[in-house]
Design a protein around this ligand. Sequence first.
Ligand SMILES: *Cc1c(COP(=O)(O)O)cnc(C)c1O
Length: 435
Amino acid sequence: MNYISLNAKAPKVGFREAVINGLAPDRGLYFPETITPLPSLFFETIQDFTPEEIGYQALKQFVGDAIPETALREIVYDTLTFDFPLVAIEKRTYALELFHGPTLAFKDVGARFMARCLAYFNSKTEITNSTVLVATSGDTGGAVADGFLGTPGIEVVILYPSGKVSEIQEQQLTTLGKNIKALEVKGDFDACQEMVKKAFLDPDLVHKKLTSANSINVARWLPQMLYFFLAYKSLKSKGEASNIVFSIPSGNFGNCCAGMMAAQLGLPVSHFIAATNSNDTVPRFTATGKYEPGLTIPTISNAMDVSNPSNFIRILKLYENKLQVLKQSFSSYSFSDTETLQAMQVLYEKWGYIADPHGAVGYLGLKKYSRANDFTGVFLETAHPIKFKETVETILSEKLVVPTQIQELLDKKKQSHPIAGYEGLKSFLLGDSNG
Ligand SMILES: *Cc1c(COP(=O)(O)O)cnc(C)c1O
């Protein structure tokens, strides 16, 4: 399997190089050169397969010969140590809960898979001490920190926007110590992401062997296909697998793009909805055909506070950059914080379900979809409500039970290094503080 750069000015590489480079040298995102659908028998008999087997079958063509079968199966097995329940809400409406991993948000699968792939590559070469550099709008940092904690030969440097992540999120990425360093950036997520992109192109940093663990990395993006396969498997066992519509709360659009990739592999999905908060660059694009990122707007669904979503270009590529073709399978809607809070109330009062703000945006996406009236709707519940404790408790007038692992986390001491701009990042990476 080869990966091409979407900027088309860099050489093709295999899975190993795509994972290690993160971004192609021409700043383009890597994209698989070929996509081969799985046999229809696979979908007909999906009931018979374990999540590990489904994960392996979905991923093997994208890994190619970079990791041999036994090792890849082991990596998938180690990645999937928790469940992905499909919870019934109202008639033909389900929440796919993706927050049962160690950091209580859906990014655990991608982060764990990527960490294990990199550890495998490191074990096969003399090259040691690479640096994983990652920008987070909230949940990536924690998932990457947890996924890479203690991985030999890898330093992790996380950039997060100061004051714009929740307390639990901040604790998750600033308290682990060891090979994990957190940089508190004066600025928003897009500023963090820009700095990361810049560092990759900086000749002075070449010797640091920088790798990105953002969802632009193919090893974080592709394993998320699994969620959609597993939802299909569950719906099939309930006899509800016809006309599936997924609504994906979206920020950087990696998760949504993974679902659309699963569809390219043959997964029977009728429609994808990318539901956003007020950061509505993509909904405006689908309406007007103009892609115009604005300033990032802070919202209560902060992990989606992204105005220039990196992965959207991959979604376009899946549809040969033809907006009209894309729109047959894809819609995107934006929702305000007020609408999100109302949805959280409705979900709780009418259906007894406690959603976090991101899941609530996903639910709103399903409610707005009107192209068909006979469909099974699945919204992705991407974070545990406890991660947004204050917002959830205030709107529901209920106290949430704090799981013990979260209480322990909150008691830990925060360690972060403040930086103001790119020079701060650079001197941190070059300086003694990073060992
Ligand atoms: C990261 C995140 C999202 C957005 O996912 P993308 O793949 O970036 O679109 C949504 N919800 C939560 C809770 C997240 O952490």
